[in-house]
Design a protein around this ligand. Structure first.
Ligand code: HEM
Length: 403
C-alpha cells in the first residue's frame, strides 16, 4: 500500500507568465524537484487542480482509465485560457468507448504508413519552397517561407481543405489558440470555424473528394459519427496541424542555430536526424502552461498523494521531459541522447494523432534546409528574435534567417 499524505498542500498560483525562446517555466522546474504532485490555481476557471510533473507519475495517470476527460465537459476547471480550447464533443474530451470510436475513424489517415506516403509529397513541397527561398535570396522569414506553408499544404491535401481558405483558418487559429481575448470572442470564432466546416461538409455530401474530410462525411452519413463530432474532430485536426508543426519546427531551427556544436554534429552525421528530432521534441518547451485536465472518477493514490474522486488533475508533459530521474542532465540538449522516449506527444489513450505526421514534417523541413542552405544562420542576434505572447503554443513570432 502506498502511504498517502493526509494534509492538503498549499496552493500555488500559476499565472503562466510569458516566456521567451527556450526558457523553461520556473514553476514547473521547481515543482518537478520539490513538489511533484502539487495544487495549482490558474488565471481562469474555478477552484484548484492537481499538477503532476514527474515522468513516471505522468505516464501512470495518462494510462489510467480512472481519470476521465468526459467529466471535464461543463466543468469550469481552473485553466490558462478563458474558453476551453478543445470543442465540446471533441476527441480530447471523450472517454472510451466514444473516444476509441472517434480515434479509429481518423487513425488510419494519420498512421505511420500514411505519413511515409505523404513524405514524398511533403518533400516536393519543401524542395519547391526552399528553392524559392534560395532564388529570392536572404534574408527570409522561416514561417512565411517554409514552416507555415508546408504543414498547411500537407494537411490541406490530406483533409481536402481548399488552399484559398487557409487565410481565414489561420485567423481563427490565432484567436482560439491564445489567452489574450474574451470568452465571447473565443466563442464567436469557434462558432465561425464550426460554421465553415458545416458548409464544407454539406458541399462534400454533394461532391465527395478523395480526402479524409470526405471519408469522415461518408462515415457520418453511415451513422458512424454525429455531425457535431465530425465538426469538432475537423477543427481539432486543422488547428493542431496549422499551429503545432509551424511553431515546433521554427523553434527546432532556432534551437539548432543557437547550439552550433550540436548542429555541427548533425551536419557531420545526417543519419542522426530522426534521433535529433526526438531530442528536440523532448527539449523544446513547446507550449505555455498545461493542456486539458482530467477528473478522477474514484480516489486514487499516486506518488504518496491521495487524489480524491471528482478532483481535477493536470499533467505536464514538458516537465516530465525534463525529469532528472529519467534524463541525465535534463536541461542540456544532446542530439545523441537515447535514455527514454519523450512525452512531447502525450501518452495513453489521448496520445497525439498527428505524431507520425509531425515527425515526418520536421525531418523533411530540417533535412531540406540543412542540405540546400549550408550557410544557414539567424539574420538577427538570438536576443532580437520576437516570441509569441499569450498563446497556448510557444514559438517565434518571426524567425529571420540568412545564409
Ligand atoms: C510537433 C507537433 C505536435 C505536438 C508536440 C503535439 C502534441 C500533442 C499533445 C501533447 C497532445 C495531447 C495529449 C493528451 O491529451 O494527453 C496531442 C493531442 C492531439 N493532437 Fe497533437 N501535437 C502535434 C501535432 C499535431 C498535428 C500535426 C495534428 C493533426 C494533424 C495533431 C492532432 C492531435 C489530436 C487530434 C489530438 C487529440 C487526440 C486525442 O485526444 O485522442 N497534433 N498532441
Amino acid at each position: 500500500m502506498t502511504e498517502t499524505c493526509p494534509v492538503r498542500p498549499a496552493v500555488h498560483y500559476w499565472p503562466v507568465e510569458h516566456l521567451d525562446a527556450l526558457e523553461f517555466d520556473p514553476l514547473l522546474h521547481r515543482l518537478l524537484r520539490e513538489e511533484p504532485i502539487a495544487r495549482v490555481r490558474m488565471r481562469f476557471g474555478e477552484g484548484e487542480a492537481w499538477l503532476v510533473t514527474r515522468y513516471e507519475d505522468v505516464k501512470e495517470i495518462t494510462a489510467d482509465p480512472r481519470f476521465s476527460r468526459e467529466l471535464t465537459v461543463d466543468r469550469p476547471v481552473t485553466g490558462m485560457t478563458p474558453h476551453r480550447v478543445a470543442p465540446v464533443g471533441g476527441i480530447g474530451r471523450t472517454d472510451p468507448p466514444e473516444h476509441t470510436r472517434l480515434r479509429r475513424l481518423v487513425a488510419q489517415a494519420f498512421n505511420r504508413r500514411r505519413a511515409a506516403a505523404l513524405r514524398v509529397e511533403a518533400q516536393e513541397i519543401a524542395d519547391r519552397l526552399v528553392v524559392t527561398m534560395a532564388e529570392q535570396g536572404p534574408p527570409a522569414e522561416l514561417a512565411e517561407a517554409l514552416t507555415g506553408p508546408l504543414p498547411e499544404q500537407v494537411i490541406g491535401r490530406l483533409l481536402g481543405v481548399p488552399a484559398a481558405d487557409f487565410g481565414r483558418l489561420q485567423t481563427w487559429r490565432g484567436v482560439i489558440l491564445s489567452s489574450n481575448h474574451s470568452l465571447q470572442e473565443g466563442n464567436a470564432v469557434k462558432a465561425e470555424i464550426a460554421g465553415y466546416f458545416r458548409e464544407l461538409a454539406d458541399h462534400r455530401v454533394r461532391q465527395p473528394g478523395d480526402d479524409l474530410f470526405s471519408e469522415l462525411v461518408a462515415a457520418q452519413t453511415a451513422g458512424a459519427l454525429s455531425r457535431p463530432e465530425l465538426i469538432s474532430l475537423s477543427v481539432m485536426v486543422v488547428l493542431n496541424a496549422l499551429d503545432q508543426v509551424r511553431n515546433q519546427t521554427s523553434t527546432m531551427v532556432y534551437t539548432l542555430l543557437t547550439h552550433p556544436e550540436q548542429l555541427a554534429r548533425l551536419r557531420a552525421e545526417p543519419s542522426l536526424l530522426p534521433q535529433a528530432v526526438e531530442e528536440l521534441l523532448r527539449f523544446i518547451p513547446q507550449r505555455n502552461g498545461v493542456g486539458m485536465p482530467r477528473i478522477a472518477t474514484e480516489d486514487v493514490a499516486i506518488g504518496g498523494v491521495l487524489i480524491r474522486a471528482g478532483e481535477a488533475v493536470y499533467v505536464s508533459y514538458l516537465a516530465a521531459n525534463r525529469d532528472p530521474a529519467v534524463f541525465a542532465d535534463p536541461d542540456r540538449l544532446d542530439l545523441t541522447r537515447d535514455e527514454a522516449p519523450h512525452l512531447a506527444f502525450g501518452h495513453g489513450a489521448h496520445y497525439c494523432l498527428g505524431a507520425a505526421l509531425s515527425r515526418m514534417e520536421a525531418e523533411v523541413i530540417l533535412s531540406t534546409l540543412l542540405r540546400e542552405l549550408p550557410g544557414l544562420r539567424l539574420a538577427v542576434e538570438p536576443e532580437q528574435v520576437r516570441w509569441r505572447r499569450g498563446s497556448v503554443n510557444r514559438g517565434p513570432e518571426t524567425l529571420p534567417l540568412t545564409w
